[in-house]
Design a protein around this ligand. Sequence first.
Ligand SMILES: CC(=O)N[C@H]1[C@@H](OP(=O)(O)OP(=O)(O)OC[C@H]2O[C@@H](n3ccc(=O)[nH]c3=O)[C@H](O)[C@@H]2O)O[C@H](CO)[C@@H](O)[C@@H]1O
Ligand SMILES: C=C(OP(=O)(O)O)C(=O)O
Length: 432
Amino acid sequence: MEKIIVRGGKRLSGTVKVEGAKNAVLPVIAATLLASEGKSVIYDVPELSDVYTISEVLRHLQADVTVGNNKIVVDASGELTIEAPFEYVRKMRASVLVMGPLLARKGRARVALPGGCAIGSRPIDQHLKGFEAMGATVKIGNGFIDAEVNGKLRGAKIYLDFPSVGATENIMMAAVLAEGTTIIENCAKEPEIVDLANFLNAMGAKVRGAGTGTIRIDGVTTLYGAEHTVIPDRIEAGTFMIAAAITGGNVLVQGAVPEHLTSLIAKLEEMGVTIVEEDNGLRVIAPDKLKAVDVKTMPHPGFPTDMQSQMMALLMKAEGTSMVTETVFEKRFMHVEEFRRMNADMKIEGRSVIINGPCNLQGAEVAATDLRAAAALILAGLAAEGYTRVTELKHLDRGYVRFHEKLAALGADIERVREDVDTAQTQMTDVG
Ligand SMILES: CC(=O)N[C@H]1[C@@H](OP(=O)(O)OP(=O)(O)OC[C@H]2O[C@@H](n3ccc(=O)[nH]c3=O)[C@H](O)[C@@H]2O)O[C@H](CO)[C@@H](O)[C@@H]1O
Ligand SMILES: C=C(OP(=O)(O)O)C(=O)O
């Protein structure tokens, strides 16, 4: 079993470079399926297990995919198949993003129904509502979603009940090759939506309004392979900003885009952290004492749910009572029990968590329950007394490239080890 072992108490300093964004590259890779002519070349692709999973999905659909050196080349100009099986969807829910492109290009898509998720039920009804509005028939049975359109998809006016990131992306990708105009209202405004729109437009699509609450798409007949550089990962950047703040450090997060991080910057400043915009990123300088604040997750430009658990780690070190309210996902608080194993003083009240800081954090053996919880437990470990051992690293590898190496380069006492269950006790003693 692999573990990250971190000994708390080191002040981080230096420079860390942010990778291309996981949540931008996955829809962009799905969108390469729309090109019936030419190859797409995507740059700044992070080396993450999710990138390998979506690449496998595309290969399964008969696209020609080459991944390496932070670049991915996709040739989808040949005959594509239409089915994304459960073995991929179970590893990564974002596999459902091939549905829009397949419907647009092939008139049919068959995608395994995503199963349960540690952060709450995650239906895709808004994606399907959009496809139906464009003329598709959607059937669910035997663990699959089958969508089919007689002829071509037709442009439609679609109002989303919630500004879902995935539904906005899937509907955009379906609409670019539809007949006529599609208008998506109450759509998501995340920077990753803008990145996808830029890539689609580079392929020859006509998408306007990305980044606002209404997107308008005029369908075109053909899309072509294009080149694109993925935006920097604002969640990875935010995670390193918190690493600096939680260790009393001074770190330059290279590649962090201030406009993508306004809510996090505002909250960190409220806590007393100094944030300086430099030419190539954000410098984060921790104060002597952190102040408690309340945080509520919201769709962009609100505070991102993908930063909620890392922020909770930081609030455990702040003086006073903080409240974190999660409004985007149903139950994204699995990390609370793990924080408690580290002596955190916090309790769940409905959709909120009350944190009484500063907590005297102690190292413990803890298990990552989802991707961001993995990062948050390591952050807590940086500020805890003694050794913290974090397991279930498959979650971390979905979204962070060489996380422990980057932290070690900033001065953290951290290593990633493989421990057999039988010898775990001995080795833990050795390390600890
Ligand atoms: C690969 C990727 O980009 N993942 C991100 C994306 O996930 P994802 O695209 O899955 O998130 P959504 O914005 O769709 O989901 C937000 C909320 O809407 C609900 N919902 C969504 C679709 C739908 O058809 N019906 C419905 O009820 C979900 O259950 C959830 O409660 O945005 C989330 C919200 O910022 C982030 O946490 C994820 O990291
Ligand atoms: C929840 C996340 O990703 P996904 O939607 O791929 O599960 C995340 O990036 O934190």
